[in-house]
Design a protein around this ligand. Structure first.
Ligand code: SF4
Length: 620
């Protein structure tokens, strides 16, 4: 897209696809300098579009909901990790805002095909998939592939469109509306919040984009090249990034384990017996085959492994990462690496989010051990902590939607607790309906606030304060105090919103790169001349407020910004977090957080704040 004669990292074209009428049109109303300069792209631009286009109160699985796919200005430019695609919708797991991202090649190819993004609306009368290439967009019949697993779908569509086609698809779980279903793009999951079921509710099985010849033109390509080279050199020298290349995000697993900073057996303790059996060195020695990377990424953090012997031999897993190992390992009391890999593989095959699936199964195991579920409730599965067999059988049932256990395990922990009752709600570990991930906030206090008020429900990267509280990245701070944590959470949220979720860059760059360098890349690509980190952070704050307004309009109040009873009132019996609970600390941190955000006591942005961010005039 050119503005005042300059290219800006955007193609300047959005597609709008109406599935009711089958009308496909180019819609450029959001490709305007003023909007892009304020919201950049990805999640930021998605927040503006969804707020403006979605009526309040729409059922997420109703045809009135929309799915918006967005790239960022750096996606497809060739700069380091510039591969990201963001999906935005009203989320089925929470009933509030949902965005979920993915790397791989789909986003960069969508841009090379000529599009910054895509707005999907309505509902197709019959199963369909969308086919996109330069100058051609079609809605095609998906009867033949409806019901297939993810990898069966990929194979079938590649037979039709060739091996170089890039595909995002849902599995049987998304088709039947499971609340923890994902969309898989070329083997990479866009997992959280049930986006797969929104696709399913629209009868959309997949989106195919063919490799395009287009080029993403930028404002100052020479400067961009120089900064990109500097970034590459910084990454090559960084030990943290080297570890990422060797072990993926699992490189931090030993530190988290030794700090007892993760949930073991559904947040009942922090120590897993035999945790060394799932350390990344074991994976590397026994399972590892190769690593893969997203478009333009020298880090190649995705680890591919194959089980070579035993009952699950030949099971291959791509992208086994820290949160997945936690979800099927410590959360379920399991230290059998093969069972973890098998569970991960099944999730990818059927289209389930690994974090939510593992969290929910850990909860069901606790219910079984407490006698709240009987063998007949679990279809005969001895659902005990530590059993890799029970774990794998449950994931399989969740994938197939088989029996009572399959139903309980595939709709998330809030739904499961509603059905089981008997006080199980107290240890159903979710916030607003989204399952909590690995880090135990009683061991990293900032995570309590982070989980409680994150825009899409409990999320470990919005922001991940464990970085400073446990890993010491960039420097270690006191993990047990609540002092200063609201400020850490506010700043982390704003930077995450703009820097990683809206630009097209991968957030793992943060492990080795100062934000200023990323801002330099954005300025060189867009020519926006964002004036330093203060203004940049302000853009992230604008996005945070835009999404808060969306959520408030959907009925969110301060009461929603809370944690499960277990974290508020129950303490570990031993270990570093022994005796610690979060109720009082959360009240204090939340109050301070609302204050520094310029929100009232109900968590609603005040008029002054909206005026300061330029949102008041934009929305009134
Ligand atoms: S760091 Fe990993 S997830 Fe990020 S772009 Fe590179 S390969 Fe993809």
């Amino acid at each position: 897209m050119q503005i005042n004669g300059y290219h800006r990292g955007y193609m300047g074209v959005f597609l709008r696809v109406n599935l009711n009428t089958k009308k496909i049109e180019v819609d450029n109303q959001y490709c305007q300098y003023d909007i892009l300069r304020q919201f950049l792209g990805g999640k930021g631009l998605g927040s503006y579009i969804l707020y403006n286009e979605l009526k309040a109160g729409v059922n997420p699985l109703n045809s009135e909901n929309k799915i918006i796919l967005l790239t960022g200005p750096l996606t497809g430019t060739g700069v380091v990790t510039g591969s990201r695609l963001c999906l935005v919708s009203k989320g089925p797991a929470t009933g509030y805002w949902l965005d979920t991202g993915t790397g791989g090649f789909f986003g960069s190819e969508l841009k090379k095909a000529g599009y910054d993004g895509l707005i999907l609306e309505g509902k197709a009368a019959e199963p369909v998939y969308l086919y996109i290439r330069e100058g051609e967009v079609r809605i095609l019949d998906a009867h033949r592939i409806w019901g297939l697993t993810i990898y069966e779908t990929f194979r079938a569509l590649k037979e039709i469109h060739g091996g170089k086609a890039h595909i995002g698809a849902i599995g049987p779980t998304g088709e039947r509306g499971a609340k923890i279903s994902s969309v898989i793009f070329d083997g990479r999951a866009s997992g959280r919040g049930g986006m797969g079921s929104v696709f399913g509710s629209k009868n959309v099985k997949a989106i195919v984009v063919e490799k395009g010849k287009g080029k993403v033109l930028t404002y100052d390509p020479e400067t961009l090249k120089v900064i990109n080279k500097e970034v590459q050199d910084i990454l090559l020298r960084s030990q943290v990034i080297k570890d990422m290349g060797n072990y993926g995000t699992a490189s931090v697993l030993p530190m988290i384990s030794e700090a007892e900073a993760w949930s073991v057996k559904n947040f009942q303790q922090g120590k897993l017996e035999g945790a060394e059996l799932i350390y990344p060195e074991v994976f590397k020695r026994q399972i590892w085959e190769k690593h893969t990377a997203c478009f333009a990424c020298p880090i190649h953090c995705a680890q591919v492994g194959k089980i070579s012997e035993g009952k699950w031999s030949e099971t291959e897993s791509e992208g086994l990462e820290f949160q997945t190992i936690w979800a099927f390992g410590p959360q379920c009391g399991v230290n059998d690496i093969n069972a973890i890999i098998r569970a991960d593989y099944l999730c990818d095959e059927y289209g389930l989010d690994t974090i939510s699936t593992g969290n929910t199964i850990g909860f069901l195991m606790e219910c079984f051990e407490r006698g709240l579920l009987s063998l007949s409730d679990t279809d005969g599965v001895e659902l005990r902590f530590g059993s890799g067999d029970a774990l794998v059988r449950t994931v399989e049932k969740a994938g197939k939607g088989e029996g009572n256990l399959g139903e309980l395990a595939s709709n998330g922990v809030r739904e499961a607790a509603r059905k089981i009752g008997q006080g199980s709600e107290n240890f159903a570990m979710h916030v607003k309906g989204l399952e909590i991930s690995a880090y135990d906030p009683r061991r990293a206090t900032g995570m309590a606030l982070s989980y409680a008020r994150a825009d899409r429900g409990a999320c470990h990267v919005r922001p991940g304060t464990h970085g400073v509280e446990i890993l010491g990245m960039p420097k270690l701070i006191d993990a047990f105090t609540d002092e200063g944590k609201p400020e850490v959470v506010k700043r982390g949220t704003e930077m995450g919103n703009i820097l990683w979720d809206s630009s097209g860059l991968c957030k793992f760059l943060a492990w080795g790169l100062a934000p200023q360098k990323a801002l330099d890349l954005i300025n060189a690509a867009t020519g926006f001349q964002i004036d330093g980190m203060k203004e940049f952070s302000r853009m992230g704050e604008r996005i945070n407020n835009m999404i808060r307004l969306f959520n408030v309009r959907e009925g969110m109040t301060a009461d929603d910004d809370t944690l499960p009873h277990r974290l508020l009132k129950e303490a570990h019996k031993e270990g570093p977090a022994a005796g610690r609970v979060l109720e009082e600390k959360l009240i204090k941190m939340k109050k301070k957080y609302y204050e520094i955000c310029g929100w009232d006591e109900n968590g609603v942005p005040k008029e002054d704040k909206l005026r300061e961010l330029g949102l008041y005039d934009l929305l009134h």
